[in-house]
Write a protein that binds this ligand. Structure first.
Ligand code: OSB
Ligand code: MG
Length: 370
């Protein structure tokens, strides 16, 4: 098959509640949505997780747009394809820019699965019809505010809590939450807010029976994380540090982590996500699907990849209503009372795009043809 037309839309969606990490606060989600159209007029959808500013990684909405328009679309338009695995091969002469690559690769995967009439989860080799999910909670102004939020999310059924931490908002906060919830599965995500100089403080986190601590040290590091893991009983999970199956292999060899968070955008697409998944399965490394505050299209891709067997831990894929007044897919993603999401069984991503909602949030649109 061939991609004959690509429609690139930029959207802005206001978050229901601001999301605060060790880096700052997100009020509005700016992102690119990609619609890839084949010779029969069938569309596949992809969503870029690059954000407005480069705090999580070096990519932004604008750098993605540049890479897509000037390099990735020209490589893909009109190129004969038999399987979406070929897309990342075609992009391999372009360094990094993983979020831009993943966005358009995701659209090709959706289109491919729609053409073959199977759910994206099946096309990827997924085996589950339900996935377990937790919730990632940003840094709050007070412990009481955090406790209030936690109470609501546990009532909704989420299987585990991920609490964002940073220096000054770590040990005391976790101690208080553990006191109130001695048995709830809890993990902490530092988004690289610490260094090895903080090792004594990080060791104190071992007291709280955390499932894992996510990315405590620098965003591009696997050496110091290996040193830290030797000193901690809490498993380290890497997020920002892992961009490829090659990074994952090195981190596993060094002992830099016991768990890997796979984000499709961070690793350059679904094909690379599968490779990392397979490597982790072989090495007994637990895997879960991270989140980037996605709208519905990206969320649907996350649900599909999470159906692979080595996604053994609950991911960050919360329901649409946790983020948005109105999502861009129908039906919206909902979470069952037992903290699971039903995997859709319609072809492709399995949700319809809501064109009215897309029009409402659209900031700009450009069409590229072969
Ligand atoms: O580090 O996992 C992260 C959101 C934006 C950027 C990075 C991260 C996150 C989250 C939220 O933790 C996950 C989600 O709810 O989508
Ligand atoms: Mg993280």
């Amino acid at each position: 098959f061939k991609i004959k037309k690509i429609i690139l839309r930029q959207l802005q969606m206001k978050m229901k509640a601001p999301f605060t990490t060790s880096f700052g606060t997100i009020h509005n989600k700016d992102f690119l949505l990609i619609e890839a159209v084949d010779e029969n007029g069938l569309s596949g959808w992809g969503e870029s997780v690059a954000m407005g500013s480069p705090w999580y990684s070096e990519e932004t909405v604008q750098t993605s747009q540049h890479m897509l328009e000037d390099f990735l679309f020209p490589t893909l338009l009109n190129a004969p394809l038999t399987h979406p695995d070929e897309v990342s091969e075609k992009f391999s002469h372009i360094r990094r820019n993983n979020m831009a690559k993943a966005a358009v690769e995701g659209a090709v995967w959706d289109l491919y699965a729609k053409r073959t009439g199977e759910p994206l989860a099946k096309a990827l080799g997924g085996t589950r019809d339900k996935i377990g999910v937790g919730i990632s909670i940003g840094i709050q102004s007070s412990v009481n505010a955090l406790l209030h939020l936690i109470d609501g999310y546990l009532t909704e059924g989420y299987q585990r809590l991920k609490l964002k931490i940073k220096p000054g908002r770590d040990v005391e906060v976790l101690r208080e939450i553990r006191r109130v919830y001695p048995d709830v599965p809890i993990m902490a995500d530092a988004n690289s807010a610490y260094t090895l100089k903080d090792i004594d403080l990080l060791k104190r986190l071992d007291d709280f029976n955390l499932m894992m601590i996510e990315q405590p040290l620098e965003h591009d590091d696997i050496i110091d994380h290996a040193k830290l893991q030797k000193e901690l009983s809490t498993p380290i999970c890497l997020d920002e540090s892992i961009h490829s199956v090659s990074d994952a292999r090195k981190a596993i060899e060094l002992g830099s982590c016991k768990i890997i968070n796979i984000k499709i955008g961070r690793v350059g697409g679904l094909t690379e996500s599968k490779k990392i998944h397979d490597l982790c399965a072989k090495n007994g490394i637990d895997v879960w699907c991270g989140g980037m505050l996605e709208a519905g299209v990206g969320r649907a891709h996350n649900i599909a990849i999470t159906t692979l067997p080595q996604f053994t831990l609950p991911g960050d894929t919360a329901g649409s209503s946790r983020y948005w007044e109105e999502d861009i897919i129908v039906p919206e993603v909902t979470v069952n009372a037992d903290g699971t999401i039903n995997v859709p069984n319609q072809p492709g991503i399995g949700y319809e795009v809501n064109m009215k909602a897309i029009e409402k949030y659209k900031v700009s649109e450009k069409v590229f043809t072969a």
